[in-house]
Ligand binder design. Structure first.
Ligand code: GUN
Length: 292
């Protein structure tokens, strides 16, 4: 079997086009959607991600504000900034790029974002709404994965999905979203025993480790005809690669390439969340999740 390559760039392009039209419609109503990003420190990968998010916003007409703060910025200073952004009516979405430096309490910071501006779905309130399947702002990478599945008519209902990641950005919220789609979900992590066997049992494998010295999804860890969603991003010999070995494509039915798979969807869903947040703040319901 040779896997169908899931074209995340193309699906993200469609989402982005829709967002762009929505931005124009909101601007006609006098609403200018805006996103504030907060980046602390000098992590190069994080800076690149934030830059990409800004560029994508510009392309659809979303206004951006960039708070790039020094590595030694304190938790208190950051709390004051979030408070200011929470109060600023011109700011519709707040994105705090993770990870934060170790001296900053990540939970304290993310949990004080106003839920209506929480375009990453990281606040306890929004994660609670997600658990009840009534969230309007869905987590970006998980909702990007779900959108790709819908586009390629990959229905996880009744399927065994194995997720190799337990983070609050990917594994935990994705497991909730897939449960709502009637999947049977196993969440694996660094302490999981028989991880290779767990992966082999999966109809759908979602892997998001991003460090090939710690985890690689090899061909012998994938069942014939399985769907492979590769969220990993690592750099090997100057090339961007995912968690899955290239020859996994010989066994899988569908696979997301890296780059060009899930990555563009994460950004597209952030744009979508920002216009949803902008519309909701002014009492406009866009029904962008009309199929939910
Ligand atoms: N770090 C890596 N990916 C993400 C993301 O989607 N959102 C935030 N806030 N931080 C990240």
């Amino acid at each position: 079997m040779t896997a169908v390559l899931i074209d995340g760039k193309s699906v993200a392009g469609k989402v982005t086009e829709h967002v762009k039209r929505t931005v124009e419609m909101l601007k006609d109503k006098g609403i200018e959607p805006s996103l504030a990003t907060v980046l602390v420190g000098n992590d190069e990968a994080s800076a690149t991600y934030v830059r990409n998010k800004h560029r994508a916003c510009e392309q659809v007409g979303i206004k951006t504000m960039n708070y790039h703060l020094p590595e030694d910025y304190s938790t208190n200073q950051l709390m004051e900034l979030i408070e200011m952004l929470n109060e600023d009516r011109r700011v519709h979405g707040i994105l705090v790029q993770l990870p934060l430096p170790r001296h900053i309490n990540e939970f304290l910071i993310t949990s004080m974002i106003k839920p209506s501006k929480d375009v990453d779905c990281l606040t306890p309130f929004n994660i609670g709404l997600l658990a009840y399947d009534v969230a309007k702002l869905l987590p970006c990478t998980p909702s990007g994965i779900v959108e790709l599945m819908k586009h390629y008519r990959i229905d996880p209902a009744g399927k065994h999905v194995v997720i190799v990641n337990r983070s609050v950005l990917v594994g935990k919220p994705l497991s909730i979203m897939l449960l709502h789609m009637d999947a049977t979900v196993t969440v694996c992590h660094s302490k999981t025993t028989n991880l290779e066997e767990r992966c082999r049992e999966a109809d759908i494998v979602v892997t998001a480790v991003g460090d090939r010295s710690r985890f690689v999804l090899s061909k012998d860890m994938v069942k014939d005809g399985a769907v492979v969603i590769d969220v990993g991003i690592d750099r090997v010999d100057g090339r961007i690669v995912g968690d899955a070995d290239t020859d996994v494509r010989e066994k899988a039915s569908y696979i997301t390439p890296v780059p060009g798979g899930v990555g563009p969807m994460t950004v597209a869903m952030l744009l979508r969340n920002t216009v949803i947040a902008a519309a909701l703040s002014e009492g406009v319901d866009l029904a962008l999740h009309a199929d939910r």
